[in-house]
Ligand binder design. Structure first.
Ligand code: C2E
Ligand code: CA
Ligand code: CA
Ligand code: CA
Length: 281
């Protein structure tokens, strides 16, 4: 703003100015959030439809600035990506999630085959030190590569498909699982499904939402499940909120689900409580 001079602000309406001020304020607070320990993770179970067992957990980031209301990712991930802050924040998420899963394995609360899914921003994917970061986090936490799953959105892949394909290949060769998030919402062509080293497809919740409504969405759901089977991919339906949706997905032979019907994202303490009751009751 210095270079443009103060007078430029004359062109802003007060509403625009308010927005800019708010964004700058959020950005400033975000810069200090890591140092101030204001982040924490919640975890949402992924459940195998046939057995009802938890097969994985997705780590979902939360920001609790001191003396302020809780901030959800929708309000700060975009700014974290624009500023590059997502790289150190994402590294914190990876480390925290891996430590937590290893702890739950060690304490016997979760079976060894239960994996942890972590969302990866395209900025992290483009970052030169990603692979060494992943390597040291796995060594540090004692987690096996196969116990970690990285979720990358279809739109992130499409920003720079060449880079994405090459980095994801290396990640996959390390034994880390790769999951394509929000599938069906981006513009990716199906041909990328052949090139990308994928283990999992996550069907976007907009399709699940429309079960019982839009018949064309039901047809798309069926097609995605069939496609996944043919490509040897596990398929997770996101955003399952009702028994009717679960029943429909079971009929399609969808492998697994995630959503409020099973559990909302929960804090580590809440997850432990849930696992203890599941084990004993
Ligand atoms: P996502 O990866 O698609 O995560 C699923 C989102 O859907 C989560 O929102 C989750 O709370 C919500 N959800 C789960 N089940 C249901 C359901 O049954 N109904 C409805 N209506 N919603 C459900 P959340 O936690 O607010 O996260 C939003 C997005 O922020 C995530 O979407 C992901 O793209 C991003 N995100 C979250 N944590 C991280 C992170 O650590 N790193 C990065 N790069 N992105 C993150
Ligand atoms: Ca995700
Ligand atoms: Ca998703
Ligand atoms: Ca999403």
């Amino acid at each position: 703003a210095k270079a443009c001079g103060r007078n430029n602000f004359q062109f802003f309406t007060s509403e625009m100015q308010h927005k800019v001020t708010q964004t700058l304020d959020l950005e400033n607070r975000l810069r200090h959030a890591l140092d101030r320990n204001e982040f924490f993770l919640t975890y949402q179970p992924q459940v195998d439809i046939a057995s009802g067992r938890i097969i994985g957990l997705e780590a979902l980031l939360r920001w609790q600035p001191e003396g302020q209301p809780l901030v959800l990712p929708g309000q700060f991930i975009a700014i974290a990506e624009e500023t590059g802050l997502i790289v150190p924040i994402g590294e914190w998420v990876l480390r925290q999630a891996c430590h937590q899963l290893h702890h739950w394995h060690q304490s016997g609360l979760l079976a060894e085959e239960v994996s942890m899914s972590v969302n990866l921003s395209v900025r992290q994917l483009e970052n030169k030190s990603l692979l060494s970061t992943l390597d040291s986090i796995l060594k540090e936490t004692g987690l096996k590569p196969s116990q970690l799953e990285l979720e990358i959105t279809e739109s992130a892949v499409m920003k720079d498909p060449e880079v994405a394909v090459s980095v994801l290949r290396t990640i996959n060769q390390l034994g880390i699982q790769v999951s394509l998030d929000d599938f069906g919402t981006g513009y990716s062509s199906l041909s990328y499904l052949k090139i990308l080293p994928l283990d999992v497809l996550k069907i976007d919740r907009s399709f699940v939402n429309d079960i019982g409504g839009d018949p064309s969405h039901e047809a798309i759901l069926q097609a995605i499940v069939t496609l996944s089977k043919n490509l040897n991919l596990r398929v997770v339906a996101e955003g399952v909120e009702t028994e009717a949706q679960l029943t429909f997905l079971r009929k399609l032979h969808c492998h697994s689900i995630q959503g409020y019907f099973i559990s909302k994202p929960k804090s580590a303490e809440q997850i432990e409580a849930l696992l203890r009751t599941a084990r004993h009751g």
